[in-house]
Design a protein around this ligand. Structure first.
Ligand SMILES: Cc1cc2nc3c(=O)[nH]c(=O)nc-3n(C[C@H](O)[C@H](O)[C@H](O)COP(=O)(O)O)c2cc1C
Length: 218
């Protein structure tokens, strides 16, 4: 499987970055192809603004969707956005790796969706978009004792972005995975989280990932 991991965390030593690394290693080990978009590492500009559209459909009123479609028609989409779209269409599974901030994804990831999910290419009337592809939200949040209860609450919090940004492009949105692991997590707590993640990944992607093999990666 071709897997794109989109990471939205400012710290390359965070638990989120560790989960990105773990997924990349585990999937590669199992024979899958993995690419990453590390949004902070790439200094991705999450703010959509008129200057990104040198050829304007409407020079007076800036309407993002209209200008996106015009940029596609005129071949003037920014290289930053085109590169991300190329990765999206390459992928069969997109993993969104992020911490829950105020019941939502970090602004850099929301902005990535605003800019990269381009009207007329990724979604839109008569557009096949990302159909046939899957999306997995891999989310860290504050410690919580009751997984199922907290998972349901966070799914409800994330519902607007799931039902609009992810489902409109025809992505198949899989059951998210949540990690309620504190920043001060012990090695055992992290190991348990990684094992749970490996199982989920092997359920989704298939491949020969065994607990025995994983020990060498921890
Ligand atoms: C600005 C901000 C907002 C947060 N909002 C929430 C929240 O709404 N719900 C929650 O469970 N945790 C919240 N947290 C805690 C983070 O989700 C948690 O620290 C993070 O997932 C831990 O992962 P990390 O160690 O990789 O940063 C918030 C943290 C920050 C910095």
């Amino acid at each position: 499987m071709n897997v794109l991991i989109v990471l939205a965390h400012p710290d390359s030593k965070s638990f989120n970055a560790a989960l990105r690394d773990f997924a990349a290693d585990t999937l590669t080990y199992a024979g899958h192809q993995v690419r990453t978009s590390d949004l902070y590492g790439m200094k991705f500009d999450p703010v959509a603004h008129p200057a990104q559209f040198p050829s304007r459909a409407d020079p007076v009123h800036f309407r993002l969707q209209r200008e996106q479609r015009h940029a596609v028609e005129t071949g003037t989409l920014s290289t930053e956005v085109s590169a991300e779209i190329e990765k999206l269409f390459w992928a069969e599974l997109v993993i969104f790796q992020f911490p829950l901030w105020w019941g939502a994804m970090p602004a850099i990831l929301k902005g990535w969706l605003d800019r990269v999910f381009v009207s007329g290419v990724v979604y839109g009337s008569g557009v096949e978009g990302l159909s046939g592809r899957k999306a997995l939200l891999s989310v860290t949040a504050s410690p919580c004792d009751a997984y199922a209860e907290c998972a349901e609450r966070i799914k409800a919090e994330l519902h607007p972005v799931i039902s609009n940004a992810l489902r409109l492009p025809n992505l198949e949105v899989l059951e998210p995975i949540f990690f309620f692991v504190p920043a001060t997590a012990t090695v055992i707590e992290r190991e348990t989280a990684f094992r749970r993640y490996a199982l989920r990944l092997s359920e989704i992607c298939g491949g020969d990932v065994h607990a025995q093999d994983m020990r060498t990666m921890l």
